[in-house]
Design a protein around this ligand. Sequence first.
Ligand code: ATP
Ligand code: MG
Length: 597
Amino acid sequence: MGNLSALHGVPGLDKLLFLRDIMTALNDKKGSLEGGVAGENAAPMSDFIRDMVREDLGNNKHGGRVATRFPPEPNGYLHIGHAKSICLNFGIAQEFNGVCHLRMDDTNPTTEDIEYVNAIMHDVRWLGFDWKEKMFYASDYFGRLHQFAVELIQLGKAYVCDLSPEEMIRYRGAPDVPGQESPFRNRTVAENLDLFERMRQGEYADGAKVLRAKIDMNSPNIHMRDPAIYRIRRGHHYRTGDRWCIYPMYDFAHCLSDSVEGITHSICTLEFEVHRPLYDWILDALKTPCHPQQIEFARLNLSFTVMSKRKLLQMVEEGLVSGWDDPRMPTIAGLRRRGCTPEAIRHFARRIGVTKYNGLTDVALLEHSLREDLNRRARRVMAVLKPLKVVLTNYPEGKTEELEAVNNPEDPAAGTRQVPFSRVLYIERDDFMEIPPKKFFRLFPGNEVRLRYAYIIKCESVVKNAAGEVEEVHCTIDPESKSGGATSGRKIKSTIHWVSAAHALDAEVRLYDRLFTVEQPDADPERDFKTFMNPKSLEVGRAKLEPSLAGAQPLEPYQFERLGYFCADNRDSQPDKLVFNRTVGLRDAWAKEMIKG
Ligand code: ATP
Ligand code: MG
């Protein structure tokens, strides 16, 4: 099973994985009913990273300790790809009795902000993880990192270089072209110490000098050709202000931060595989007491969206979305506002597993995980998105009945509620046709349908407006057909939902579609990903809701019967101005596809 999951992303394997999932779910039916999302409390997970952790524990490699970290740069909001990494790092810590640190990887003064730090903390907690007191900032290590750099110089393993950035690139060569040594490479330790100190004092302009590790200009690995480890960069840092004008480069800061924190397994995405020799070189050169193991896994790529923070920021700044938490965004904040649950995200992460192969995951799989979770927990209610008025001509004016409706057939404990019924109702415009095609079994003149939890009605006539459109449908009810009545068992082809007009709440509904019209909007570097944005990704309408929705809490999930899952918007919905977001429709393209095979 573990091996199968290592192949995820290979074409066709999505389906196999899904079948495996169904099998697991069937074997684990009891667990899935009792313990949250199907499979979440199931058998221990196995993948190449967890296998490695198990082996290290078996060999007592780090004295039986497991310490991981999630190290976001606070330069944007977290997205669903980060969620994969969060579930992995915090998940491993939980499973192996270890700890997972939350570290702000904040070594870049120009792009980072406290707003992002707060959003990151909020999102990690919301996903269900806890770093306890283990919250760290790379910027807290600036003093130590500077000291480490001085040490490297003293060891003769770092030098100050005056080449311009363009010259550095030229001297560096290419994988198949040997590099050329910098003319500044053989400066003495004393000279380097002096120059580095003067860099720190602010004597030189940004970019005029860098500190480089002295490794090997002929290494087949470009990252080992004397990489820059400190640069001059004037910019106000959101935490350290103007205290520093030199900042450590990512590769230097990251391994040393891991080491300082006593991390045992430093898990990162595949593109850092080629940086691993540098990670190890720095820690070896400085003989740090703790040398974490870097392990790489494939990042999550999701179809019909983009995941780079830079691109997400661009859409926010250009006003192409309403913000980082726009419900169409793949951000955690956007998914949350859309109505996605942490359980669904965690289960999705479990389902996709971790692998060494880059691939594209179908967004329908995320939606499938979401429906599965919402189906278990969402209360069913009735709402009409495109209202058509129905008058029940043989039902007394002014009379109201309270009919009993089931809150959630999946969850008997959710109980029932009363839904008011009266002479004038709204039904869905699509549930009526004046001239029905064959196989249309819903309401049309002369036909009968059952109203959910209520009576059987028959369409007798229609009222049209000046433009000839149907404005009202006149029906009669069969008074004996409601639950418990003499004719309640009559066979009727269709059941439709409705809302009593006199009792209905008005609401704005926001129906979302995919933000992009193509699977991989940023696949072609020649083409601006924004040109693939879906102009119909948001449709706003007015709906009529059953009165019980007056008490809907923001983000509380509901299933609007026959229409999809919805929740009240956590920003814009007010008691006197309800706004509901559609989380996801009911149709499960993913599961359908699987059944077809
Ligand atoms: P950018 O989008 O600017 O390239 P980033 O996505 O690497 O940045 P970080 O804040 O550095 O953003 O990421 C924090 C952690 O999340 C890193 O360990 C990174 O490997 C992981 N991560 C980022 N994107 C993904 C993804 N799509 N799938 C899995 N893990 C990811
Ligand atoms: Mg990064």
